[in-house]
Write a protein that binds this ligand. Structure first.
Ligand SMILES: *Cc1c(COP(=O)(O)O)cnc(C)c1O
Length: 520
């Protein structure tokens, strides 16, 4: 058990580390990202047989195949905690087929109705268990405070994931007044004895800069360790512990399609993913690498089309690229961190090449890959982008045709799949429930342009009321409980603090003092 070690993409770590250490570290020392030394190969029989098991056991099977250094019974137990009963569909990631060859993998049945739950319901348990194993071996003697800066969605999924997980507490900062009514209420009503939420006077950048500065403050780190026996951690989307749960649902979905008679065992499928940080589509690549019969990976971008241009030209260039706010905010990203892992794999694990390209990106805001690596990208990836007006038109068109409501992120992928698909059946990753993005879904259904004001009487509704209106108008399936009941839940966290490391440090200490007082 646990012989599969993790190396870093920039070759800066002298020693490869086990899964548990990679999860605790997040980022590798020296700035690279961890990837597994070996990717297991599952046989077609093994993949197809997954469909006989509940999702938690499918996930445990994949973790064991990746040979993580955690006892097998513990893996089973943690997967049961992650995928046992916190999702509103027993299938965890059910598939809705819009026609014979268009299959939508719904990744939003978790507690926050966004696909981040698929990883963030799982990672915290493995984070906590990894820390415990390191403590048992005498390699660690403290607990953790997870600090997150969020523009809205990740914060809630992280809160819900780490809520009441032992040995970890979590604090989230978001821009005060800069998130939707639904997003604010999701975070402000968060349950759990180890959680805190702060609105920050400023925008998302101010939150992120403040949190980053807290992370790089050595004096503060020492104080936390000495006085509270706590280390800071971010558990963000570059953590391998967030990627591996995503590999699971692609393998699982393939087995489900075979089980349901929608494809034959061995048939190739294409996978289309609405992409931001490149984590979700990279997970699909690892699933393919592990033996899942996946042919092409369709990378769907919104107007921030840096990845589309990269996949079409081999040049990643943000030197003169505006950052555009779109109806799919979780894809509004210019630096896609997980692309580094993909390039490492496609260069045959050439850490020197990666280091050079990442230096170019930092210094020149652009890098260009070599012809051979570009050819390898073109073997597997194709990409297209969808502008904001087309995104909203697509929500309306898909609803008219299939009586199925897409959220704006999924709509981008749906449109790209229409534009690029070939002969294979397509699996579209659906990354959010529409009711998380009610305002733009309303615009789409009523022919209101992106960014244009809603009619006064609609603008006056709370997020929940707007969703109820849309549900009535469309006869759409019920709004998930976690979203439907937000107006009636008590607000627990209404603190607003100044931007800047100083006030975030102060707030974090107050939170830790409260926790110690409660435990005493
Ligand atoms: C995070 C997110 C994405 C982008 O996923 P990546 O793994 O960053 O590419 C797409 N859609 C939604 C709804 C998300 O929350």
């Amino acid at each position: 058990m646990g012989k599969n070690l993790y190396v870093d993409t920039r070759g800066n770590c002298k020693q490869a580390v086990p899964f548990t250490q990679a999860v605790i570290d997040g980022l590798a020392h020296g700035g690279g990202l961890y990837v597994p030394q070996t990717v297991p190969t599952l046989s077609l029989e093994q993949i197809v047989a997954l469909a006989e098991k509940p999702y938690a056991q499918r996930a445990a099977t994949i973790y064991k195949a990746f040979d993580v250094d955690i006892p097998e019974e513990t893996i089973d137990d943690l997967m049961e905690k992650a995928y046992g009963n916190r999702f509103d569909d027993e299938a965890i990631g059910p598939i809705t087929s819009l026609d014979d060859s268009t299959h939508v993998l719904e990744l939003w049945h978790g507690p926050t109705s966004a696909f981040k739950d698929m990883a963030l319901q799982c990672l915290p348990w493995f984070f906590s268990a990894s820390a415990q194993l390191l403590r048992d071996r005498g390699e660690l003697d403290h607990e953790f405070l997870i600090l997150v800066a969020t523009s809205g969605d990740t914060g809630k999924a992280a809160l819900e994931g780490f809520c009441d997980v032992p040995g970890v507490s979590i604090g989230v900062t978001y821009p005060h007044g800069g998130v939707s009514d639904i997003q604010f209420k999701q975070m402000a009503t968060q349950a759990g004895s180890n959680v805190h939420v702060w609105g920050v006077r400023g925008n998302f950048d101010d939150c992120q800069t403040g949190v980053k500065n807290v992370f790089s403050d050595d004096e503060f780190a020492k104080k936390l360790l000495d006085e509270y026996s706590i280390a800071l951690s971010s558990a963000n989307s570059i953590n391998w512990g967030r990627l591996l749960p995503q590999v699971v649902y692609y393998v699982s979905a393939y087995s489900q399609l075979v089980h349901d008679g929608k494809i034959k065992a061995g048939d190739l499928i294409d996978v289309c993913v609405p992409t931001g940080n490149f984590g979700n589509i990279l997970a699909a690549w690892y699933a393919k690498q592990a033996g899942t019969p996946i042919d092409m990976l369709l990378c769907a971008s919104n107007e921030n089309r840096v990845l589309t241009d990269f996949i079409n030209t081999g040049t990643y260039d943000i030197s003169d690229r505006p950052f555009v706010l779109t109806p799919s905010p979780s894809m509004d990203i210019l630096v896609s961190s997980n692309l580094e892992r993909q390039l490492f794999e496609l260069t045959g694990r050439n850490a020197q090449a990666i280091t050079n390209w990442m230096d170019d990106l930092r210094e020149k805001r652009a890098f260009r890959i070599d012809q051979e690596t570009f050819a390898r990208i073109r073997e597997t990836f194709i990409s297209d982008s969808v502008d904001s007006a087309t995104c909203l038109e697509t929500i309306k068109a898909a609803f008219d045709e299939h009586n199925y409501l897409l959220d704006p992120h999924t709509a981008v992928a749906y449109r790209v799949a229409q534009n690029l698909r070939g002969a294979n059946p397509v699996l579209i990753a659906s990354t959010a429930h529409w009711a998380k993005f009610g305002i733009n879904v309303y615009r789409a259904l009523h022919g209101i342009a992106p960014g244009e004001a809603l009619p006064d009487e609609v603008a006056a509704l709370s997020g929940c009321e707007l969703n109820e209106l849309i549900a009535r108008e469309t006869n759409a399936s019920p709004i998930p409980q976690g979203l439907a009941q937000l107006d009636s839940k008590p607000i627990r966290f209404a603190d607003v603090i100044d931007a800047g490391a100083e006030s975030i440090r102060k707030a974090a200490l107050e939170f830790l003092d409260e926790l110690s007082a409660e435990r005493a």
